[in-house]
Ligand binder design. Sequence first.
Ligand code: KG4
Ligand code: ZN
Length: 337
Amino acid sequence: MSTILAIETSCDETSVAIVKNRHILSNIVASQIDVHRAYGGVVPEVASRQHLEVMNVCLEEALQEGSLGWDQIDGVAVTVAPGLVGALFVGLATAKTLAMVHNKPLLGIHHLEGHIYASYLSEPTLKPPFLCLLVSGGHTSLIAVRDYGSYEVLGGTRDDAAGEAFDKTARLLGLGYPGGPAIDRAAKLGNPFAYSLPEGKVSHPDGGYYPYEFSFSGLKTAVSRLVKQLETQGALPVNDLAASFQETVARSLTHRAIACALEHSLSTIVVGGGVAANRSLREKLTAMGTEKGLKVHFPPMRLCTDNAAMIACAGVQHYQRNEFSPLTISANSRLSL
Ligand code: KG4
Ligand code: ZN
């Protein structure tokens, strides 16, 4: 049994959590969405300042909610990469200080490994091997999880990440920030087959397409062209456009994830990252996966978006394998898994 306190500050959520093995004792998330909404997106400098302002309150609340003292905590985990470097520094400086003051080992965690671990928290019987479809604001990857801590990236995006495509398209449709939930809401009222949009494919130099590579920038351009054309004809059918866009992204993610799982003999697909909250993706992947005899697991919404519980759960594994980080460890804005 290991109990880990974790800090996550890679983007616009300040989060502190305590996890005992796969059990969440506390998971405090202070979202900065309202602060960044005024700018239409995350402003890195503002994010760092906000993390600094709310960090101590989050820390106190996490310890209070977990009813724990430092003598019951085995280690301090923290997201070290990838993310906004200034934001990461706030979490890292806090974690180093806590590790030093309380004489606990420091565990530097990759943010994407954290998103994979969200599924271990919500599905207690989940064990490798499985395929993880990781879809967030900064990443879109298909990762074979062969064992705990053993990852092979089988596919990814050549341009925009899926969440980024949602955010940019929402801006085109005047739906505001963050784009994913706004498009999801508008899509409920629209017809997903109103417009036929291109599902981006990445050409192989020898002909055909890469089966597990994604491309979303062409889709965004197609929506932009359609918006300009429709605007000249009167009021924009925002709900139909949102639904058609969402349908195309969900189809692209679903088809590739299922083909990849079948080809690599992985019978379980787990989904991680903010876009895992998307209604169409959840419905389509669950239905098609089940049809193909695959198990599909989506974590609950609060564990799909950024949170420190997933970082703490990854920290438990690192702690049990004695994978400690030196106090000299730095943050890294771009680091592959
Ligand atoms: O994992 P996450 O919280 O942060 C990153 O690590 O990037 O993901 C944030 C992304 C944003 O792009 C947001 O628009 C998207 O997840 N998102 C959604 C939904 N909820 C959040 N995208 C589609 N549908 C949703 N319901
Ligand atoms: Zn994330």
